[in-house]
Design a protein around this ligand. Sequence first.
Ligand code: HEM
Length: 376
Amino acid sequence: MKLKIGELTFLLNNPEDIKHVLVTNSENFDKGPRLSSPRGKRLSGHGLVTSSGSVHLRQRRMMQPVFYRTSIQAFAETITNETEQKLATWKGETEVNIREEMMSLAKSNIIKTVFGQNFEDRMGELGKAITIRRTYLNHVYFSLLPFPEYIPPKIARDYRQAGKIIEETLYREINRRREIPYPPHDMLSLLMQAKYEDGTGMIDQQIRDEVLTVFSAGLETTGDALTWTWYLISQHGDVQSKILIELEEILKGRVPDVGALPKLRYTAMVLGESLRLFSPTWLFVRTPKNHDVLPSGISIPASSKLYLCPYAMHRNGRYWSNPEQFNPERFTESAKKERPQFSYFPFGGAFGSVSGKHLPKCRSSWCWLPLPNVLP
Ligand code: HEM
């Protein structure tokens, strides 16, 4: 669908077209100009999210081991610990602001996944700095009328100060890991150990940019996903009961580990449906490097803008009956097979099981989060 909004822009509403852009012919597509422009790189760094083409591919392949199963197991332990601590603060019938609680949980999860379970030093200060950076980037990137970078001055000043705090913490943690014989098995150590094909590793500045990427890509997304899921569950008592029965049956009161996740099928279906209705990354952009023709026959000139909008596709009546209705049953194995693959793409180009062994063929950009056989 061609949109009449200034520049030549298309909203893709055909799953085959989406697959073409994100997977089959992804080499012909750059990320949107907001992220990949020199300004985007200056603000968000030269990490995975802002890079494309061969630079992205080299970086992506080098970092993939950070998300191998063994690492995920260690991250999962950190995450369950943080969650238990959060739950311990919810006492009795206390009312909580679920959005605030989920954002704070997402933040402590991401900080401790990067810096290790025992990281406590300046935790509060770092958490605040990450929030300030996120607010500022939302302000300059996503507001309807994006402000110049230096207005309002207070937000811009706070952003620079926050950047200093994050950078100081990060470089101190990098140096600390170099001084100790057995660095902790956290994301920062894994990034420091990761090697390109020629055997070299990342320079400190690149490590910084990738950590900043994780802070931006992994915080609001998970916070929003959890918040919407709680909201939906709270509105559907029948779903709530089914989740509780499954948790009791599978976990029998234990805290879940990575091994238990594929068994929690109904819970995953609920998450899948929540991500359908309220995809945290509800829109992202690609730009063709060269003229291309989409599988639907639409001709797209070089440098036009393509909007990939999970929000719109996930509510498209052609692929989803009663699209506004919350119904986890859409995510049974058989129901999933009946739909075109890219009628659902909350994680971008990720499809099926993503695992290390697919790595050499990986040419596209997809989220790091989906684990093999866990999320829909
Ligand atoms: C529910 C939570 C999440 C959702 C819905 C989500 C969604 C997405 C989407 C749609 C993209 C693709 C954007 C594009 O191709 O332009 C993406 C990329 C990415 N996400 Fe996530 N994300 C989530 C959580 C996370 C977490 C927790 C992390 C890190 C720990 C993460 C790290 C990344 C990275 C590094 C990329 C860029 C990958 C690349 O370009 O190769 N995301 N995410």
